[in-house]
Design a protein around this ligand. Structure first.
Ligand code: ADP
Ligand code: LRH
Length: 474
């Protein structure tokens, strides 16, 4: 039996989990869960990275003796170190406004087609490439580390960037599987700040016990350090005819493929080809996700999600629809007001109650999932029979049912803690547990976790009509 600690930092909460893996055993115990989110000072949005690190240490101490530690987190963001390994400033949140207009500027010198041909990445205004162009790199910057790599560095003293997360920077060559020297030079950033790439599943260092209360020598394993890569490992699918939605702050909607799809059609539909564990491709699109609902709850001061969902279930269907991927929903702020404004500009009467707002968000997400999944299947030439919903959003029964109804696919919901499970599984394999491939890992998730089934209900024609109302212009 392997006993490992999984650190999983999502955009809305972080957790440290104890994972136990053995023949027919895959168990998670939550040791510590802590708030995560943007903190604004002087107009800039930051992550509170030291709060995260302290909370990670609290969790790791609670874990006691473990065989290894693995860390995953949200993608694209980074910390810069000087020559002595000191962090230069607090990492900035990808929702910060400093990248406004930068993508458009960069695309004037690096054509979108060329960028896609090298990186296979979807255009998101906060991709690492645009963040680096948006900021003046400090002269002392010597090393760039993605967030999980930064925490691993603090634990072990070893520098490196793990591949699945590197693949989200838009500075990684998806075919050669190396940093793109060409793109890095074209944005004028020194190549030397990009450290060696690490393979998911490799031991990248060992814990150095200073005064952190940990035992020295425990191996730190580079898991799929991108949380979505770890989540996809734990999709409890059999075979390849499945789609997934990794549902949390974001909804990552797509397919797992053996190779990237770099066609003009994929680029035009803004699909990404992120790197997966075992060389797989995560062919997906970011849908804005439950972020919109989280921000409504923050503005309303209402943390009774169960109550909101119950009321939304009784609200009239298809009253108001928004495009959840509209840029105005990206930054933190008064989401209910932005929804009203979006409705006015699209000729709809704004929703009048919280229940109506929540219903609008969930139906609009379900429609965005439908559009994305149909596009993904058509572009990749892969048909699917089942849709797996994983992550915190898999607990949202109304959303799962609407997703089944909108897509016409049976939905299997769970596991909730997919990223932590994928993290644990990759560590267990690195330690010698006989889990030869993703199929074996997924079979273990299937046999140890109960899933909820949702069959499509309602009239498909209602969703067809809603889609043309919402996405007529997409
Ligand atoms: P992230 O990793 O991006 O921080 P999570 O996977 O933790 O996100 O998912 C968080 C989301 O899960 C919340 O925004 C919330 O909408 C949803 N969620 C969590 N618990 C429940 C619940 N009991 N019922 C419905 N939805 C839930
Ligand atoms: C989800 C996620 C997603 C990225 C976004 C920045 O947590 O990692 O895959 O696009 O955060």
């Amino acid at each position: 039996m392997k006993r490992v600690a999984a650190v999983d930092l999502g955009a809305s909460s972080g957790r440290v989990m104890l994972g136990e893996v053995g023949p027919d055993v895959l168990r998670l115990t939550e040791l510590n869960r802590f708030w995560n989110g943007p903190v604004r000072t002087n107009g800039t949005l930051y992550w509170d990275v030291l709060h995260l690190y302290r909370s990670v240490l609290d969790g790791l101490r609670l874990a006691g003796a473990v065989d290894s530690i693995g860390i995953d987190s949200w993608a694209v963001d980074y910390g810069l170190l000087d020559k002595a390994g000191r962090l230069l400033g607090n990492p900035i949140h990808y929702r910060d406004a400093r990248t406004r207009g930068v993508m458009e500027r960069v695309l004037e010198t690096i054509p979108a087609g060329e960028l896609y041909g090298v990186t296979g990445l979807q255009q998101l205004p906060f991709n690492t490439i645009y963040q680096l162009v948006a900021e003046e790199l400090p002269a002392e910057a010597s090393t760039l580390l993605m967030i999980p790599d930064l925490l691993a560095y603090w634990l072990t003293g070893e520098l490196g960037v793990e591949r699945t997360n590197a693949s989200t920077t838009q500075l990684y060559d998806v075919r050669s599987r190396e940093w793109s020297d060409e793109l890095i030079s074209r944005i004028g950033v020194p190549r030397a700040i990009f450290p060696v790439l690490q393979e998911p599943g490799s031991i990248v260092g060992r814990v150095v016990a200073d005064d952190n209360g940990l035992t020295s020598g425990v191996p730190v394993v580079a898991v799929g350090t991108h949380d979505t890569a770890s989540a996809v490992v734990a999709v409890p699918a059999a075979g390849e005819r499945f789609a997934y939605i990794s549902s949390g702050t974001w909804s990552l909607v797509g397919l797992e493929l053996d190779a990237p799809v770099l066609t003009e059609e994929a680029r035009a539909a803004n699909f990404t080809n992120e790197g997966g564990v075992d060389g797989r491709t995560r062919f997906l699109r970011n849908v804005m996700g439950l972020w919109i609902l989280q921000e409504c709850q923050r503005i309303w001061g209402d943390d009774d999600l169960d109550g909101l969902l119950r009321d939304a279930a009784g609200a009239p269907p298809f009253a108001v629809l928004i495009d959840p991927d509209a840029p105005e929903f990206l930054a933190p702020g008064n989401m209910p007001e932005r929804i009203d404004e979006h409705c006015r500009t699209t000729g709809q009467e704004p929703p009048r109650s919280r229940a109506a707002v929540v219903r609008c968000i969930l139906e609009s997400l379900a429609l965005a999932y439908r559009w994305t999944l149909r596009s993904a299947q058509a572009i990749a030439g892969r048909d699917v029979d089942v849709l797996h919903v994983i992550g915190g959003g898999s607990r949202n029964e109304l959303l799962c049912q609407l997703t089944a109804d909108a897509t016409g696919l049976p939905v299997l919901a769970g596991p909730v803690e997919a990223s932590a499970l994928g993290n644990v599984l990759v560590q267990a394999r690195a330690l010698g547990e006989p889990l030869p491939d993703l199929d074996a890992m997924r079979a273990l998730v299937r046999s140890t976790h109960r899933l909820r089934h949702y069959q499509p209900q309602g009239k498909p024609a209602d969703w067809d009509a809603a889609e043309s109302r919402m996405f007529g212009t997409r």
